[in-house]
Design a protein around this ligand. Structure first.
Ligand SMILES: Cc1cc2nc3c(=O)[nH]c(=O)nc-3n(C[C@H](O)[C@H](O)[C@H](O)COP(=O)(O)OP(=O)(O)OC[C@H]3O[C@@H](n4cnc5c(N)ncnc54)[C@H](O)[C@@H]3O)c2cc1C
Ligand code: FES
Length: 288
């Protein structure tokens, strides 16, 4: 939905990493939750990745294959980029064994980013669930660094339990920041957990919000089960589909519109998405 096609970098030049992975060094690894780690990564040539918030890369490890992973950091934060990776299977499990100094392959950045020119000047509702905070964090950091380009910004985030809240220090800084209004909730807080925040689904944070539907854009990134419920609440508040942006996940292989693994009817999630405006996809079978 933005002006950046899948194989083009933000400076308008063609990406040379369309088919060939480029070697990148893991600079640091830290634990985010029991199942998710944050990888700080630098291209071996020292150049910036050239991504925009919402784009993804294909991460490869020799002998283990490739996986699409969203870039979790903003391009405004320098040449090192960050990937938040959940241990899901073979490649991501192997990735979790790596540490600083190890090498991974990167193709990309791919896909359409969040359409920044569409978001600029608008009030933003940035809503994520679970691992969806990783791609949204890239946009949140961008908004933090270019605060003057956006209106009021509200961040809503839901995790399954307190220990699964991603980027805990950063989330706390957003809660304390005057720039953001921030609501965080967990599905459940186990007995004895050191947690005094809200308990309930992320959808429960929407009804009390007051916002002007004519100048607000909502961006949603989360697990598939979250979309319909969140969209329902937003529509009840008067937000039209043309003012709701979603980022979708599909099984992917090539990442560049060649293999057909990621199709949603006539669209390729890798090349036409993963970011879509709701009115572009809501009537497509299986989109949500
Ligand atoms: C555009 C995009 C962005 C993504 N961003 C992130 C991210 O920032 N962080 C992150 O941790 N993960 C992200 N994912 C999901 C990630 O790509 C998968 O978890 C990964 O491919 C699993 O690879 P694997 O080899 O470890 O698992 P496999 O061994 O291939 O599979 C393990 C399990 O994961 C399932 N799985 C594999 N791929 C997907 C998928 N795309 N969607 C849902 N289930 C899948 C398989 O069906 C299987 O049940 C993203 C996916 C897409 C399409
Ligand atoms: S992943 Fe191959 S066409 Fe989208």
């Amino acid at each position: 939905m933005s002006a950046i096609p899948s194989n083009q970098k933000s400076d308008g030049t063609q990406s040379s990493f369309l088919y060939l992975p480029t070697a990148c060094e893991i600079v640091a690894v830290s634990d985010l939750t029991p199942d998710e780690k944050l990888f700080r990564v630098r291209k071996n040539d020292g150049k910036a990745l050239g991504h925009l918030p919402g784009q993804f890369v294909q991460v490869s490890l020799l002998g283990w294959g490739e996986a699409p992973i969203s870039v979790a950091s903003s391009p405004t934060r320098g040449t090192i980029f960050e990937l938040g990776v959940r241990r899901a299977g073979s490649l991501t499990g192997e990735l979790h064994r790596l540490g600083a100094g190890d090498t991974i392959g990167i193709r990309g950045p791919f896909g359409h980013s969040f359409d920044l020119s569409f978001l600029q000047g608008q009030d933003l509702l940035l809503i994520s669930g679970g691992c969806g905070l990783a791609p949204l964090r890239s946009l949140i950091q961008y908004c933090e660094d270019r605060a003057e380009e956006f209106g009021a910004i509200t961040i809503l985030y839901g995790a399954k339990s307190p220990e699964y809240v991603l980027f805990q220090d950063e989330v706390a800084s957003w809660e304390a920041s005057e720039r953001f209004a921030c609501g965080v909730t967990v599905d459940r807080a186990p007995d004895g957990a050191c947690y005094d925040g809200a308990v309930g689904l992320v959808t429960s944070l929407i009804p009390p919000l007051a916002f002007d539907a004519a100048r607000t854009v909502a961006v949603i990134v989360g697990p598939p089960v979250m979309y319909r419920a969140v969209i329902g609440e937003l529509k009840r508040k008067g937000l039209g589909s043309e003012r709701i942006v979603v980022s979708l996940e599909r099984h992917m292989q090539c990442g560049v519109g060649k293999c057909g693994h990621c199709t949603i009817e006539h669209l390729y999630c890798c090349k036409d998405g993963p970011v879509f405006r709701l009115d572009e996809i809501e009537n497509l079978r299986g989109a949500l």
